[in-house]
Design a protein around this ligand. Structure first.
Ligand SMILES: *Cc1c(COP(=O)(O)O)cnc(C)c1O
Length: 405
């Protein structure tokens, strides 16, 4: 894949790479990275075209699989993850589809946490199940279950940490060991922490997947995704699928994410700080039964989370409001959400605008009540994805409903 990087000094810090890693500037010397909004690239002559199409020479060909703006975003994200390379996809789910198509075939087996993003479970168990890929779903936190699920044909372990919406944390290093002992690879969905807080490859993960829609863009503008991995895995397993399947990220969306990455570090820092203070305030509120946030000492995996996530809890806080029976619980959750005047009622996350949602009726609305109970998603659960508004304004907005319960 032609992706000549801009020459940079050795040993730069991730903060620096976040604003500097990209492809070489064009002949015009632009300071902000150029947006190459073009579907194809002209070739100097037929011989060169033939060599480039055969992969014998670097050169951009066609934006389904080669585009300099997309390449800049891939380089920057890979540098921030401390990984060799990345390949962008049209969405986070597109990235997971690309990964599964590249690595799995009929008869292979996947072990996956039961608590990962709902569409990930549907994709692996449902869509890939149709094509003969086997899968087992295990506890997010019980390593013995992961070990027991391993089979001779296990090719991939898939985890996400922390999870949505209950912020359960799994031990990436321990899962990498289980995967490697069984001759399998570990993939981690790093959507909630981003490389600003957590770099799974440094803990042994082989593959990192992202929904760029969330914190990488960071301002709720585009749908995007990426898979980070070794150059070899990208070249041998993923680019051929991208070339044939066309799950391509548009240059425009890549450019938006590329510029979003420049402020990722300071956003994650500021949003995590607000989330921690909000979680402490919620924990002390009489209308709140329980708070789920890895930065709180009361979180079951607090110590592990602090080790794995640069001492930060991330920016998503969930909480159970009081309510005896399911009807009262749902009414109370809805009244807290509907009393807000500032927070956005939507199921996205990762925006600088704070977002509030009831998982039971939105992201987890397709489950039966029994499945929801098993997953711990009760009717009184409310999720807040904390943005960049002043903390006092966020608290006041939540207090409007909470103070009436
Ligand atoms: C949103 C999300 C995805 C899917 O990303 P899209 O960009 O919406 O396709 C995958 N994993 C996690 C953890 C997410 O939050």
């Amino acid at each position: 894949m032609p992706r000549t990087p801009k020459p940079l000094p050795e040993g730069l810090h991730p903060d620096t790479l976040a604003v500097r890693a990209a492809v070489e500037r064009s002949q015009y010397g632009e300071n902000a990275e150029a947006l190459y909004l073009t579907s194809s690239f002209t070739q100097p002559d037929s011989e060169t075209a033939a060599r480039r199409f055969a992969g014998e020479e670097e050169g951009y060909i066609y934006s389904r699989f080669t585009n300099p703006t997309v390449a800049s975003m891939e380089m920057r994200l890979a540098a921030m993850e401390g990984m060799e390379g990345a390949i962008a996809a049209a969405s986070g789910m597109g990235a997971i589809l690309l990964l599964c198509m590249g690595l799995l075939k009929a008869g292979d087996h996947v072990v996956c946490s039961r608590s990962v993003f709902g569409s990930t479970i549907k994709l692996i168990a449902g869509e890939f199940g149709k094509f003969g890929v086997e899968s087992s779903f295990v506890s997010q936190t019980d390593l013995a279950e992961w070990k027991a699920a391993m089979r001779p044909n296990t090719r991939l372990l898939f985890a996400e940490t922390p999870t949505n919406p209950l912020t359960e944390v799994c031990d990436i290093r321990a899962l990498a060991d289980i995967a490697h002992d069984g001759g399998a690879l570990l993939a981690v969905d790093n959507c909630f922490c981003t490389p600003a807080l957590q770099q799974p490859a440094r803990l042994g993960a082989d593959i990192v997947v992202h929904s760029g829609t969330k914190y990488l863009d960071g301002q709720g503008r585009v749908i995007a995704g990426a898979v980070c991995a070794s150059q070899q895995l990208i070249r041998d397993k993923l680019i051929p699928v991208m070339r044939s399947a066309g799950i391509t990220l548009s240059p425009f969306n890549a450019w938006v994410v590329l510029k979003g990455l420049e402020t990722l570090g300071i956003r994650m820092e500021a949003q995590s700080q607000r989330a921690l203070e909000l979680a402490r305030w919620l924990e002390a509120h009489p209308a709140v039964e329980r708070v789920y946030y890895p930065g709180l000492e009361s979180h079951p995996q607090h110590a592990l989370a602090m080790r794995q996530q640069s001492g930060k809890g991330g920016a998503v806080v969930s909480f159970d409001v009081k309510g005896q029976d399911p009807d009262t619980a749902r009414r109370n959750a809805f009244s807290v959400i509907d009393a807000t005047q500032l927070l956005s009622i939507t199921a996205n996350l990762g925006d600088v605008k704070s977002i509030i949602t009831q998982p039971a009726s939105t992201s987890h609305g397709r489950l039966t009540e029994a499945q929801r109970q098993a997953a711990g998603i009760r009717q009184n659960l409310v999720r807040v994805a904390v943005g960049l508004e002043h903390l006092d304004d966020i608290k006041a907005d939540l207090a409007r409903g909470l103070d009436l319960i």
